[in-house]
Design a protein around this ligand. Structure first.
Ligand code: SF4
Length: 222
């Protein structure tokens, strides 16, 4: 409550100074008991999901991991082979690099960030998600956003960016700007996927620029 009071006061001062205050839409989060029930329902639904053919080949569904009240939400593309085995997103070398990237801006897996993918089941051979698979699965991520109500979404990789923003644009063209996702108009920033950065380490510098940009945008959010 004190936080929203501070936010309102800050917005008032900024308006008085003629500065446009940036207030993302943050409807109240569900009560704790309701949220627990809603998460359980979502977990069960994804575990039983047969909305697309990926349920036939997956080992385990991968809903997400982390703080369900986090202010940051990281969204990637889909589980890979190791994620499919372990049931957790971003494990293995790419996961370690993502953790290091997040640590660089003060975020720790399981503590103050939630990590998820657009698809909850692994596409065979790590192929790109098909449009009908994304259409079938995206409502689960939208539900996660409603429950978590993050202040900022970090979309990692071209596939996540294109599907979250419904664009065919290049990742390079979407970097360095604040986009919006979904009905809550959650601010969204894009950066490179850690698996790409493992293949192209020379772009790590650009990823660091994106993270610093995300951190500065987050600091400006009321
Ligand atoms: S990818 Fe999503 S929609 Fe498809 S089976 Fe898995 S959970 Fe269901």
């Amino acid at each position: 409550m004190a936080e929203s009071g501070d936010a309102r006061r800050r917005a008032h001062y900024l308006t008085a100074l003629g500065i446009e205050a940036w207030l993302p839409r943050r409807a109240p989060a569900p009560a704790a008991a309701d949220a627990t029930q809603a998460w359980q329902q979502l977990t069960d639904e994804v575990a039983r999901c047969t909305r697309c053919d990926l349920h036939r080949t997956r080992t385990r569904p991968v809903l997400g991991v982390g703080d369900r009240q986090a202010q940051w939400l990281v969204v990637g593309e889909a589980p890979g082979a190791e994620e499919d085995r372990q049931g957790e997103p971003f494990v293995g070398r790419a996961g370690q690099l993502l953790d290091a990237m997040l640590r660089a801006i003060g975020l720790v897996r399981g503590r103050n960030v939630y990590i998820a993918n657009i698809l909850k089941s692994r596409p065979p051979g790590n192929r790109d998600p098909a449009p009908e698979e994304v259409a079938a699965c995206l409502p689960y991520l939208e539900r996660q956003v409603e429950l978590i109500r993050p202040r900022l979404i970090l979309a990692v990789g071209r596939i996540a960016m294109q599907n979250l923003l419904a664009t065919q644009g290049s990742l390079a063209g979407m970097r360095g700007r604040v986009h919006e996702f979904g009905g809550l108009k959650t601010p969204l920033i894009v950066t490179y996927h850690p698996a790409y950065l493992l293949r192209k380490p020379e772009d790590k510098r650009k990823a660091w620029e994106d993270l610093k940009f995300a951190r500065s945008v987050f600091a400006r959010l009321a």
